[in-house]
Design a protein. Structure first.
Lengths: 365, 305
């Protein structure tokens, strides 16, 4: 199965440039998720790969083939659309068949592939129905089936789950993951949902403003975000980002934020820290220690008043007043009842989980 | 039966606790009703006169009571109008015109629907070079009155040796309706979700295959709308039939005019009325038949639901 390579891709509409000199190499059999907020260019990138849009400049290769100037049908791709885009006047069977008949496959082969996809996706009883007679989840399955029957090397998914309800979304997420494990084909999947990205991807490309901000495994993206955008975008509730000033004295490095000193001596700085440097420190809500209990190797201890708290069943978050802002900290939902507004809580943050970013460039230090 | 059951059940219940106040008819709605009745009468009274007159004998018509009901009822005017009415020196009735109109209608329907739907499809869903300019020209053309280009068209059609033939009239109808119908189809096809077209491009990418297998089956509504529009305008057309129709190739509307205008002796009002009604019936029939086929929701189930 082929590698997909984007080289120096530029896409602009008149004066507006949506993708700027983008390079990306997708490995064989990879489940790549393009993740980013609305308007970041992720769907544009997918449409460029599909051939539904033309690049302004750059080269796209699939395997050894330069597909930059090929028509969509000749690129050896199949795509699942956000709105499913089933042909309303054709039955499910007709929908699956249309793409195959267009490629002039023998009838027996077509029948066999339809049967295979229908069995795989459990849509066999629906084959003779029209799309209007299907539920949302069933339509989604048919849309996936229409892509599967083509038996191509690369499958494209454009936010395929965003029209489903939460329960169905979780089910389909698992199923798409299962399909990938079974078929081992390359998948390029566009979403703005970080849970989908984290659970399904082998690698994630986080995009913003037409630029790939970070490209790595879900663990890398979560564990060491490359810049402030990725840090703030991945994680829920979002990472607490606070401006701070570094002070370097006698081998000790400390970050001072809103009157609290955080020990960052053991932080793996990529460039050596300067005294007085303006930085942004990042503290994930889920990495705070339990309230009123010490963590080993604390970077700092906080004594902060509770502003408010919220529970989501399996999780609870307390918002503490810190300087002129709030920081979120995850709390055991059993314990959350203890926190009344105005109570002061003592919490500490472990050294190993800190993130430090340059205040000017936003890059990880 | 179920409604009877329901109302029976409702009667068992106690009177509603918070009955809604009945709305009384306001002065405004009375005014609207009166206005609408006058409007309806405006169309119905002449129609009543035409229909009753067409069944009257000439003796009764000569009495001058135009609102009286026909007695005795006679179908002779209808038979005469169809079979024997004189248009100029030919006394073969309206039937000649009827068959001419049919012969003009079908080729011109096929031609105009095919051409304009394909052009509209290409302009709406494919990347066509200069599509914007082309649309603008179509838009201008749609508003050019026929009278302005009538003489050049006559010269052109006689040069092409189709002047005065049924085919000539049919082709000119199709050509003249092209700009407007193309715009109608183009706007309709613009409403087809982009993703369906994208899916079709990835599946097949063939202009004709996508048109025939995906787009045309989704176009039932617009074809019926355009069909009604075209049938009515071609059937009711007079000027084009008059200028381009030769002897014996005139459409029904032109023959009707001749029948009414040509009189020897007294004017046969009953026959004229019957002839007018005969000419008006076909478009009405089309309305009633096709109206039933209006299908709701062309993209039902295609996209998210």
């Amino acid at each position: 199965m082929p590698r997909v390579i984007f080289e120096d891709i530029i896409k602009s509409y008149g004066k507006l440039t949506v993708l700027k000199n983008l390079d990306l190499a997708i490995d064989d059999g990879e489940f790549l998720v393009l993740l980013g907020p609305s308007g970041c260019g992720k769907t544009t990138l997918l449409n460029l790969l599909a051939g539904l849009l033309d690049v302004t400049a750059g080269r796209i290769t699939i395997g050894d083939r330069d597909v930059t100037d090929l028509d969509p049908k000749d690129r050896g791709l199949a795509m699942v659309f956000q709105s499913y885009a089933l042909y309303p006047t054709k039955t499910v069977r007709g929908n699956l068949k249309f793409g195959l008949a267009a490629h002039k496959l023998p009838a027996a082969e077509i029948e066999q592939r339809i049967a295979w996809a229908a069995r795989l996706l459990q849509i066999e009883p629906l084959l003779d129905r029209k799309p209007a007679q299907l539920s949302g989840g069933q339509r989604q399955r048919v849309a996936i089936g229409r892509a599967l029957v083509k038996k191509v090397g690369v499958f494209l998914f454009d936010e395929p789950l965003s029209n489903l309800d939460a329960k169905l979304r979780t089910e389909m997420r698992l199923e798409i993951k299962k399909l990938h494990d079974e078929l081992r084909s390359t998948i390029v999947y566009v979403t703005h949902d970080q849970i989908e990205a984290m659970t399904m991807a082998t690698r994630i490309a986080v995009m913003d403003a037409g630029v790939i901000q970070q490209f790595g495994t879900p663990d890398e993206i979560y564990g060491s975000p490359a810049n402030l955008f990725v840090a703030g975008f991945i994680g829920s509730p979002a990472m607490n980002l606070r401006p701070a000033t570094l002070s370097v004295a006698g081998g000790k490095v400390a970050a001072r934020a809103a009157g609290v000193d955080l020990d960052v001596s053991h932080y793996g700085f990529l460039t050596s820290p300067r005294d007085g440097q303006s930085v942004v420190i990042g503290l994930r809500p889920e990495h705070f220690g339990e309230p009123d209990a010490a963590v080993t190797d604390p970077a700092g201890n906080f004594s902060l008043p509770v502003q408010h708290s919220e529970k989501t069943g399996s999780d609870a978050t307390a918002y503490l007043k810190f300087g002129d802002g709030l920081i979120a900290t995850r709390v055991d939902p059993e314990q959350i009842g203890r926190f009344k507004q105005g109570d002061t809580v003592n919490i500490s943050f472990p050294q190993g989980k800190l993130h430090v970013f340059d205040a000017q460039s936003g890059r990880r230090l | 039966m179920s409604t009877a059951l329901l109302s029976g059940d409702a009667r068992v219940e106690a009177a509603p606790r918070f009955p809604r106040k009945r709305k009384s008819i306001s002065g405004r709605s009375i005014a609207i009703l009166v206005f609408l009745s006058i409007c309806a009468a405006f169309f119905c009274v002449p129609l009543y006169v035409i229909v009753t007159t067409s069944f009257k004998t000439m003796e009764q018509i000569r009495e001058g009571a135009i609102f009286s009901l026909p007695s005795p009822i006679t179908f002779e005017p209808w038979v005469n109008a169809w079979d024997h009415a004189c248009s100029g020196i030919r006394c073969e009735g309206l039937k000649v015109g009827f068959w001419n109109s049919v012969a003009i209608l079908f080729p011109s329907l096929v031609l105009s629907l095919t051409l304009s739907s394909i052009t509209g499809y290409a302009l709406a869903l494919w990347k066509v070079r200069w599509a914007g300019t082309f649309l603008f020209i179509l838009f201008i053309c749609a508003f050019v009155p026929f009278q302005i280009i009538m003489i050049p068209l006559i010269i052109l059609s006689s040069g092409l040796k189709v002047y005065g033939t049924i085919w000539g009239i049919a082709i000119i109808h199709a050509v003249l309706s092209m700009p407007f119908l193309t715009l109608v189809f183009r706007n309709y096809y613009k409403g087809i979700p982009q993703e369906i077209m994208s899916a079709a491009m990835m599946d097949s990418g063939s202009f004709w295959r996508v048109f025939g297998e995906i787009i045309v089956p989704m176009s039932g509504n617009i074809f019926i709308v355009v069909l009604i529009l075209q049938v009515t305008s071609i059937w009711n057309d007079f000027l084009l039939g008059l200028t381009f129709g030769g002897l014996g190739t005139q459409p029904m509307s032109v023959v009707l005019a001749n029948v009414v205008i040509t009189t020897t002796g007294e004017a046969a009002y009953n026959e004229n009325m019957a002839a007018a009604l005969l000419t008006a019936i076909p478009p009405l029939v089309i309305y009633f038949i096709l109206g039933k086929f209006f299908v709701q929701g062309i993209t039902a189930g295609a996209i998210k639901g």
